[in-house]
Design a protein around this ligand. Structure first.
Ligand SMILES: CC(=O)N[C@H]1[C@@H](OP(=O)(O)OP(=O)(O)OC[C@H]2O[C@@H](n3ccc(=O)[nH]c3=O)[C@H](O)[C@@H]2O)O[C@H](CO)[C@@H](O)[C@@H]1O[C@H](C)C(=O)N[C@@H](C)C(=O)N[C@H](CCC(=O)O)C(=O)O
Ligand SMILES: Nc1ncnc2c1ncn2[C@@H]1O[C@H](COP(=O)(O)OP(=O)(O)OP(=O)(O)O)[C@@H](O)[C@H]1O
Length: 516
């Protein structure tokens, strides 16, 4: 169970950072004499006494409008732009103001690193980007770091983790202020290696400023986030930008597809290449030796005789690929595979990834195997359904919905891939947000019917859809519920309604006498 909110993470025993030195270094105007900060935040609601509050212009509001709230909560000062200084003066906020001529976002990462002392981070730092599987790679990394005898930290869509402490996430990649607070706390807690999930949004929005990764990796690329990036090329450029000396020392790239090959060619840092396809030119090669619904076994071979033979307890060739990528990242950072192997029993990587191909059913119950997953892109659907068809003894029943107010161009393709890859497709609601749910379903249904393959059923209520899936299943059938994964709410018309797909499935399996 996760606790707290990652935005409120601060080191427990911070050393106050004099703001005079920071003002001088970043060319800030104002009067910082005698001021010091012990934390940084860009959210007025989250100010802790002693914080430097960053009054940031946003898409909807200017953060400086909230200067009075920040002052009331004990902020030491506000860093903002000229417009922010004007807004704070107008509101008569009782808070020292430091003004930058740049966009505050452009210096926030470096400022946060200066306040928290994280510029010279003592632990190894790993970053993973790509369209699908970032969270999975982060969890693999954390498990392998532990196996190597080191204390792991992680930052993912699902959670942030400091050793065994689990903290709730909001964004996939934290804002720079939050990231540096998290790293500072990790240093205090003796974390020795950190795995960070890097979204394309983080790269273009300066969320990684002030950190330098030892190793970054790229796994795959397909359509997503076109509402924000406009076209695939711009979305790809954001991923490629991670492979620069500004962000990282070296990289690891899966070169099975043309996008990975482009990263390997166009990277500005040295990269090592992983191929999972036979005959592909690469430095490391992965071969699957056995797979079932219970997991994948594989062999990884690299340069100078480096090799690993092992398994992960989650189905899908791509899960072996995620594990291989994590192993190579550690190897590239100077943590040899033999050190990792020493902490594993016969190469078994005992990874648990919340809400990613997570089995909810009891395999011994005799009922259908039921998996929940966070996949919400055509690429993830294709990978999961391809994987499932290779190992499912019976039919594949696939249920899913789509995000409202997000990339609408992917919906028909999601529907088509779902129905092409399953025997029964059930379309239900996910987060409709401000859109009419039936309109989202209509787009998914259109795509699904165009596949002319699965039996396609519409059941808007996900609770009913779960029960319908179980009632339709015959012995050997497998049910996969994509979308909510680890999440605990549904977003409907601006309201967060509690909803846990995993709990719902558990309840329905119990009702059917298939789970204790
Ligand atoms: C599009 C985008 O990235 N928006 C981010 C942006 O919001 P915004 O510009 O609309 O902010 P705003 O509401 O105008 O507020 C302006 C400023 O006032 C502050 N404020 C606002 C209200 C208040 O009461 N007090 C206060 O201090 C805000 O913290 C902000 O600094 O700044 C906010 C503060 O950091 C972010 O939370 C917010 O991310 C939103 C939630 C978001 O959905 N981002 C998505 C697009 C995202 O980044 N996704 C990626 C990828 C996910 C994936 O792979 O699927 C991710 O890394 O999560
Ligand atoms: N290497 C991979 N290739 C393709 N699909 C994958 C891969 N690894 C995991 N997946 C599938 O992709 C979906 C998302 O997985 P995961 O949450 O790990 O990705 P992500 O990149 O972190 O996505 P997000 O940023 O949205 O959280 C899941 O359906 C998962 O099963």
């Amino acid at each position: 169970m996760s606790t707290g909110d990652s935005r409120s993470i601060r080191p427990k025993t911070p050393a106050p950072a004099p703001l005079e030195a920071i003002a001088e270094r970043f060319g800030l105007s104002g009067d910082p004499a005698g001021l010091a900060a012990t934390g940084v935040t860009l959210d007025s609601r989250d100010v802790r006494p002693g914080d430097l509050y960053i009054g940031m212009p946003g898409a909807k509001r200017h953060g400086a409008e909230f200067a009075a709230q920040a002052a009331g909560l004990g902020a030491a000062a506000m860093l903002t732009d000229a417009e922010g200084a004007r807004l704070a003066a107008e509101a008569g906020a009782d808070l020292p103001v430091l003004v930058t001529e740049q966009h505050p976002r452009a210096i926030m990462g470096e400022v946060a690193a200066a306040v928290y002392g994280t510029a010279d981070f003592g632990a190894k730092l790993f970053g993973i980007t790509g369209t699908n599987g970032k969270t999975s790679v982060v969890y693999m990394l954390a498990e392998l770091i532990r196996a190597a005898g080191m204390v792991p930290g992680l930052s993912s869509t699902a959670e942030r983790r400091i050793g065994e402490e689990v903290i709730q996430s909001n964004l996939t990649s934290p804002e720079a202020s939050e990231l540096h607070g998290l790293l500072a706390r990790m240093v205090e807690r003796g974390v020795e290696a950190v795995a960070v999930e890097v979204s394309a949004q983080a790269v273009v929005r300066h969320r990684l400023d002030g950190v330098h990764f030892d190793v970054v990796a790229f796994n795959n690329f397909s359509q997503d986030h076109l509402d924000e990036f406009g076209d695939l090329e711009s979305y790809f450029a954001a991923k490629l930008a991670l492979f620069t000396p500004e962000h990282a020392e070296r990289g690891v790239v899966v070169v099975d597809g043309p996008w990975g090959q482009r990263i390997a060619r166009e990277s500005q840092i040295p990269v090592t290449r992983l191929a999972t396809e036979y005959g592909q030119d690469a430095d490391w090669h992965l071969a699957i030796t056995h797979q079932s619904l219970d997991g994948v076994s594989f062999v990884l071979q690299g340069p100078e005789g480096a090799s690993f033979r092992g398994s992960v307890p989650v189905f899908g060739r791509f899960m072996a690929e995620n594990a291989a990528l994590a192993l190579i990242m550690l190897h590239e950072a100077g943590i040899p595979i033999s050190q990792v192997e020493a902490g594993l029993e016969r190469g078994r990587i005992p990874v648990y990834i919340p809400g990613r191909l997570e089995e909810i059913s009891d395999p011994a119950s005799g009922g259908p195997r039921f998996f929940a997953d966070y996949g919400h892109t055509p690429g993830a659907f294709e990978a999961m359904l391809d994987a499932l068809r290779e190992v499912a003894p019976g039919r594949v029943i696939f249920m899913f919905g789509a995000d409202g107010d997000r990339d609408t161009t992917k919906r028909e393709e999601m529907g088509r891939i779902a129905a092409a890859g399953s025997d029964i497709t059930i379309i239900c609601d996910y987060h409709p947000r401000s859109e009419p749910p039936e309109a989202i379903r209509a787009q998914l249904l259109e795509g699904a019917r165009s596949a002319q393959h699965a039996e396609v059923i519409e059941e808007g209520d996900p609770r009913q859809a779960v029960r319908l899936a179980i009632s339709l299943a015959q012995p050997g059938d497998v049910i996969l519920y994509a979308g909510p994964g680890h999440e605990d709410h549904q977003e409907v018309a601006g309201r967060m309604i509690p909803y846990s797909a995993r709990d719902e499935v558990r309840g329905a399996l119990r009702e059917a006498g298939l789970l204790k």
